[in-house]
Design a protein around this ligand. Structure first.
Ligand SMILES: Cc1cc2nc3c(=O)[nH]c(=O)nc-3n(C[C@H](O)[C@H](O)[C@H](O)COP(=O)(O)OP(=O)(O)OC[C@H]3O[C@@H](n4cnc5c(N)ncnc54)[C@H](O)[C@@H]3O)c2cc1C
Ligand code: FES
Ligand code: FES
Length: 1323
């Protein structure tokens, strides 16, 4: 098969325009077609595997038989172009543009401040647009469902929800601003946005479905379509007969329907299919027919169509007949997300036979069956344990096609249920999923039939047959069930090293899900009047998102109305981001001769490189070169803290994922194939170190280790009433910036000059790194940063290394080279937040006063030092948090291991440090049996205070935040309500916690506290501002525009910021440490002041003149209209020998209270309410700052409760994409999420009395961790367990459930550590 062979011409409409393609390649997905061929770069790539929603588009199709046009959202990354013949695609560019008219969805997301870095925004826009296209007045539930598959790493979702809420019938927007207050106060309170300003939704603005496609669908003669690609042929038959013939001739060819399974195998596992059969045009696969026994549903129906069909069927039948339908509806609502359900087929799900398929256990338990067709004829087969024969395997013969699935009606007395528990409530494969059915004869509790199937308990769907045998024929009562639990535990006994891990939890879940089923069956028996007394119903966790409050101080009435400082000004690029016009690194058009670079990484954790054979790679089509360390003309390594890190490994590798060489080719696909063809021979070195425990045992540390002590800790321990010791472990975190590491290096062509377009927080570091690598002066390298799609600390050191490697390729080939990491590569290579292990000993008095604390922190740094020593230092500097502990000692060590090197991440060690100290306080409360908030209050700094490193400060605003938070969240009354709730609920518990934060701002490395700016005024009066800060969504450019506007006394619309560039502002410092606005704001202010002063004589001459007239006059009077500004920041330091210093300019304070409801049977929880009070001085921009607070909080919530990195025993990161690594989604948002900025706070140390806020609120996410811990403590007390207990972070459903120590967890015999090789390491 070859690309030159002429196939059919593909016809698709994109944004109303007809596009035809004579050589549609079956391996091309819509996403790359849109971005590369159509230059429609609004649709983003965040994961490539259906898990993030950044690539969401709307697909519209016309069905001639029904004359219905359907519109549905889909992930362009998984949509094969060839499947779209006859479809109309709408992308974000197609619904509105800043050049013509923006669409209300784009406008509202932008104006409601729902776009920060903006990388997720086009996907969000398209999900909501599609929803509105189908339902102009959706409910909030519709909105959250539509957005369930769209991840955002910046905003915390609240703002997005508020923007979308304005489309809903139950629009609670007014209440969201003023609670129960009267309309009069409503007028006075400043608001983040004004709904009254929004454009109305106008359906006439929508593109109509192309009439040409309707005609095409109605008149086209049904014929096979064939498309030939470079390596693959696509055949789309038009009839069942032809499909069967094809499958007979090509039994190995996959049938691609939704491509949500096949596509992932091709993309991520390198599976290649020379032939793909696409049966989506075969009508028979969509037929639905009713029989007296049930309903046959065509295997081609998508899961959304199935859901719609079942919902439609319900009213047509009595409830008793539709038990299976109801269970399926329940399951379908939680399966994947809308984009997936809209394309994934029922048949595809059944045949894929995933171990944790949600459909199969329910269909099997519900007596479903399938109809298969092949050249030999048709057969019907029951969907039972014999159907699933192994991982991804069923009894289907290779040549058979699944035609339809039979869904039987249930009988009187029959009851079917679907239950599941997943790592995240939505858009997550289940840990354990189940379908259970029981049938009672009338008027009896004796079980006639029972059927129980589980997913997640083996290589495929499994039947609990022995358990069913223990139940059938017996009365449904306690005796039968307790016997059933024992049999079930024995029957589904996973080996301790079973793939997927979580073995004890999974075994426990089988029991608790059966128990949940029991509770529902008992209700059913009561309804059947077989039983009178039954336990109370176990209600699901609450899920309704409530209107919220965001309060901030209004600007003074005297402030000039044109002065934007202090006002909630929209992010300056929000509209461009929402329309898809904003340009990110990979959106830049391809330049002539451009190459793509793909890295080859080590597959061994610790090994010698014996040989590297690149010959096969060089033979492949499109491959231009392979770059190795030998090609580097300058420095081949980077030194930090006396340790050197190689850019590309030469003789030895120290982790899986270490970069060894790079392949450059004409396209990404060719470079990927080239990289796969590089053969590296290794010789393993003994005993790699992975875990912190291993590192401690082998004293594997990066030096220096740090220690700090205040008072006399040892002496204090001998005086205290009580001593308690504890250990806590905290996992790492992946940055998961939505835009992966991205760069484009362009040789200018003369005098070794290079332009580097890169997504980095620190352009100067990249400039220096590239210059050193190429052995050229820095003045030949210009780094340009337009914007980043998120960074969170991960785009500093690692980016400079990647850019250096890319620059070698550009230098060697003398061609532009682009490197955009795929999500999996990014997660594998670039490291993240340091996991830690901490031991503590605390001495305290009976009254709760802590007099002594000794803390030892170990951080897993990975194989290179990076910033690990600085992170260890910051851990120690923050170990006091808000508490005045008179005798305190901390030691911190960065452990050297054979894992990818960890790096900076928002908070820079502080989130790890504080979790430990707060856990220690929590333990003190548990030992003393007193509320944790009281212990916190007793120990908090009061009055003029000094930290353990002898820095003086006033904690007044910390205490104010605490008090205001307690009042605003109604702490005391709600604490009582929580207690009452817990007394009345056995299996659900509520927990509540309030946590303070004191966060130091600026760099302890004094030289980093400086910034510069360059401001040009052009003759037309427009102003161009450049400064050293980089825009990563945190709104720094918006704030700088506000600063320039105030200082120059002109509206922000006259001011533009185009990029950050090392050629305009040299020697920049990183945008980090929450110090970007402080430093750059002062520099911009300085430059503007200089310019404004220069204009003074002109203004005096013509006081009534306009800005433009002054500028023109100044030019003619030869006054320079360009100025640099500079800010020399504070001289901060920390002296580790003397254990003292002034490492921070000031502190940002805050407090946060969260309440959760925990399902003790499964560990599932929901944050029902969060209230945050932050002292950020006088905010320069409250909408931006509130966005930072909410986003950081949610990232913290992810860190402490959800996000788990898993490594194999050989050191390979398993979690390399959103399907394995769960960051918070909309379903994780607190149901009430209130943020208050502390009024009347001033800060003399930063611009306009503001405070840095990028990082501090991340730690507040731990309030959810401690609320879960509080709920777990309540659950444990039901089992008679009181006092401190261990709960490591993240407090996932697994950990929370196991810590609850319910009768079910206690039944599961714990696997003995050391007696088996676990599936995943506890790093
Ligand atoms: C992000 C994401 C989240 C997901 N979450 C869940 C979840 O929570 N729960 C869950 O159960 N599933 C989940 N899935 C899996 C999804 O439901 C399945 O991948 C999907 O149903 C498969 O259908 P498809 O049409 O896309 O199959 P395709 O990928 O098109 O095909 C899959 C396989 O089925 C075969 N096949 C398809 N149709 C037929 C037929 N008619 N006859 C014979 N063989 C056939 C193909 O040959 C191929 O081998 C998720 C998937 C993704 C990408
Ligand atoms: S890029 Fe398509 S879903 Fe993530
Ligand atoms: S704004 Fe959503 S990912 Fe950045």
């Amino acid at each position: 098969m070859s690309a030159t062979k002429r196939g059919d011409t593909l016809c698709v409409f994109i944004n109303g325009k007809k596009v035809t393609e004579d050589h549609a390649d079956p391996e091309t997905m819509l996403l790359s077609f849109l971005r590369e061929k159509m230059r429609l770069t609004g649709t983003k790539s965040g994961c490539g595997g259906g898990g993030c929603g950044a690539c969401t588009v709307m697909v519209s199709r016309y069905q001639p038989a029904t004359r219905i046009i359907s519109h549905y959202s889909a992930n362009a990354c998984l949509l094969p172009l060839c499947q779209l013949h006859g479809a109309a695609i709408t992308t974000v560019e197609g619904i509105g543009s800043s050049k013509t008219r923006i669409h209300p969805v784009q406008e509202r997301l932008a104006k409601a401040h729902g776009s920060q870095c903006g990388f997720c925004t086009p996907g969000m826009v398209m999900s909501v647009y599609t929803l509105l296209r189908n339902n102009a007045q959706p409910s909030m539930e519709d909105v959250t469902q539509a957005l369930a598959g769209n991840l955002c790493r910046c905003t915390g979702y609240r703002a997005i929800i508020d923007g979308c809420r304005s489309f809903c019938q139950e629009n609670g927007c007014c209440r969201s601003r003023c609670g129960d207050e009267t309309p009069a106060t409503h007028q006075e309170k400043p608001r983040l946005f004004h709904q009254e300003d929004f454009l109305p939704l106008d359906p006439t603005q929508d593109l109509i479905f192309p009439p040409e496609l309707m005609l095409m669908a109605e008149t086209a003669s049904p014929q096979t379509l064939t498309f030939y690609g470079e390596r693959t042929t696509w055949v789309s038959p038009a009839s069942l007969e032809e499909l069967v013939q094809l499958k007979t001739r090509h039994p190995a060819a996959p049938l691609v329907m939704g491509n949500t399974n096949t596509g992932l195998d091709m993309k991520f596992k390198g599976v290649h299919h020379p032939l793909i059969i696409c049966p989506s045009r075969v009508r028979d696969l969509y037929e639905v027919s009713r029989t007296p026994q049930g309903v046959w549903v065509g295997a081609g129906c998508t899961l959304s169509e199935l859901l719609g069909l079942l919902e439609k069927l319900l009213p047509d039948f009595p409830e008793e007949k539709t038990q299976l339908f109801r269970a399926l509806i329940q399951q379908l609502g939680r399966l994947g997300n809308q984009q997936i359900r809209n394309v994934a087929s029922l048949g595809g799900n059944v045949v894929s036979a995933y171990p944790n398929s949600d459909m199969n256990p329910v269909l099997a338990a519900g007596n479903g069956k399938v109809r298969l067709v092949s050249a030999e004829g048709r057969r019907e087969v029951p969907l039972n344990q014999d159907f699933f024969v192994g991982f991804g395997k069923t009894i289907l013969k290779p040549e058979e096609v699944l035609l339809s699935v039979f869904l039987p009606f249930t009988r009187k007395g029959e009851f079917v249920r679907a239950l599941r528990q997943a790592p995240r409530k939505e858009v997550s494969f289940a840990t354990v999923t189940t379908g259970m059915r029981v049938w009672f004869s009338e008027g009896s509790r004796v079980v006639q039939e029972v059927s129980i199937y589980f997913g997640g308990m083996g290589p495929t769907t499994v039947s609990a047959t022995r358990t069913c045998d223990a139940i059938v024929g017996r009365p449904w009562d306690e005796a039968t069930l307790s016997q059933a639990y024992n049999v079930l535990l024995d029957e589904l006994a996973l080996p301790p090293s079973a793939p997927g891990g979580k073995v004890d939890f999974r075994r426990c879940l089988t029991l608790s899900l059966l128990f949940k089923f029991n509770l529902e069956v008992l209700q059913k028996l009561r309804e059947m009047k077989v039983l009178d007394e039954v336990p109370e119903k176990l209600l699901p966790l609450p899920r309704d998102i409530q209107p919220t409050l965001q309060e901030f101080q209004a600007v003074s009435e005297d402030q000039n109305h044109q002065d934007p400082v202090g006002r909630p000004v929209m992010h300056r690029s929000a509209i461009s981001q929402a329309t898809g016009e904003a340009v990110y690194c990979d959106d830049m058009p391809k330049t002539d001769g451009e190459l793509f670079l793909v890295l080859v990484t080590s597959s061994r954790a610790h090994a010698k490189i014996i040989d590297m054979d690149v010959s096969a790679a060089l033979q492949l089509p499109g491959v231009v070169d392979v770059i190795t360390a030998k090609d580097i003309p300058g420095k081949k390594e980077r030194a930090m803290f006396g340790y050197s890190e190689e850019l590309l490994a030469q003789t030895e590798v120290a982790c899986i994922g270490q970069m060894v060489c790079a392949v450059v080719a004409d396209t990404k696909a060719h470079a990927k194939r080239g990289a796969a063809a590089v053969k590296i021979t290794y010789e393993d070195l003994p005993d790699p170190i992975f875990t912190i425990q291993d590192a401690i045992e082998r004293s594997s540390y990066f030096e220096p280790q740090r220690e700090i002590e205040r008072g006399n800790v040892d002496a204090a321990f001998s005086r205290v009433d009580r001593v308690h010791e504890g250990v806590v472990q905290m996992g790492g975190q992946e940055h998961f910036y939505m835009e992966t590491q991205s760069m484009l290096v362009v040789p200018v062509g003369e005098e070794a000059e290079f332009n580097v377009y890169v997504s980095t927080q620190w352009p100067t570091l990249t400039q220096d790194a590239v210059a050193e690598t190429l052995d050229i002066p820095s003045n030949r390298v210009t780094c340009h940063v337009k914007r980043m799609g998120g960074a969170f600390g991960g785009k500093v050191i690692k980016t400079s290394i990647l850019a250096s490697i890319t620059s070698v390729a550009a230098w060697k080939t003398n061609r532009p080279v682009r490197c955009i990491l795929e999500r999996g590569e990014d997660m594998l290579i670039t490291g993240g937040r340091h996991p830690i292990l901490a031991r503590y000993k605390v001495g305290f008095q009976q009254d709760g006063r802590i007099l002594a604390a000794d803390l030892q922190y170990y951080a897993n740094a990975g194989c290179a030092v990076d910033e690990s020593v600085l992170i260890a230092e910051k851990i120690l500097l923050h170990m006091d948090n808000a508490y005045n502990i008179p005798n305190m000692r901390g030691r911190a060590a960065a452990c050297r291991t054979n894992l990818p090197s960890n790096t900076a991440f928002r908070g820079f060690g502080v989130p790890q440090s504080l979790l430990v100290v707060e856990n220690m306080l929590n333990d003190v409360a548990l030992v003393l049996g007193r509320p944790a908030d009281q212990i916190r209050e007793i120990n908090m700094y009061q009055g003029p205070s000094t930290t353990h490193y002898k820095m003086e400060f006033s904690p007044d605003n910390l205490l104010r935040c605490w008090d205001v938070c307690k009042t605003r969240c109604d702490f005391t009354a709600r604490r009582t309500a929580v207690h009452q709730f817990n007394q009345h609920n056995r299996w659900k518990k509520r927990g509540m916690s309030i946590i303070p934060i004191k966060y130091g701002i600026a760099f302890a490395e004094s030289f980093l506290n400086q910034a510069a700016a360059l401001v040009h005024i052009y003759k037309d009066g427009s102003v161009l501002v450049t400064h050293g800060g980089t825009e990563m969504g945190q709104g720094i450019h918006t704030k700088m525009q506000q600063v320039a506007s105030r200082e120059l006394h002109i509206p922000p619309s006259k001011i533009y910021i185009s990029e950050t560039s090392t050629s305009t502002v040299p020697n920049t410092c990183p945008s980090a440490a929450s110090f970007g606005t402080d430093a750059n704001g002062m520099a911009v202010k300085n430059a503007c002041e200089i310019l404004y002063k220069r204009l003074e004589p002109i203004r005096e001459k013509n006081p009534k003149g306009s800005w433009e007239s002054w500028v023109r006059a100044a030019f003619f009077e030869k006054i320079s209209l360009s100025a640099t500004g500079y800010h020399r920041g504070p001289d901060l330091y920390i002296d580790w020998d003397k254990m003292e210093g002034q490492p921070y300019a000031y502190f940002t304070f805050g407090a946060c209270c969260s309440e959760v409801e925990l399902d003790c049977l499964t560990g599932d929880y929901r944050t029902v309410r969060t209230d945050i009070v932050m002292d950020i001085g006088r905010s320069v921009n409250p909408s931006v700052d509130i966005g930072q607070i909410e986003g950081a909080f949610m990232q913290g919530l992810g860190l402490y409760t959800l996000e788990e990195l898993k490594f194999s025993p050989s050191g390979l990161l398993y979690t390399r994409g959103p399907s394995q690594y769960k960051i918070p989604a909309i379903c994780d948002m607190p149901l009430r999420f209130n943020v208050y900025l502390l009024p009347e706070s001033y800060n003399p140390h930063a611009i306009y009395s503001s405070k840095g806020i990028g990082e501090p609120a991340l730690f507040l996410g731990s309030s959810v961790f401690f609320a879960i811990k509080d709920a777990v403590a309540a659950a444990r007390s039901e089992s008679g367990l009181v006092g401190p207990f261990s709960l490591d972070s993240p407090a996932t459903a697994e950990k929370a459930c196991m810590a609850c120590a319910s009768p079910f967890t206690q039944k599961v015999p714990a696997s003995k550590p050391g007696s088996f090789k676990p599936w995943a390491l506890n790093i």
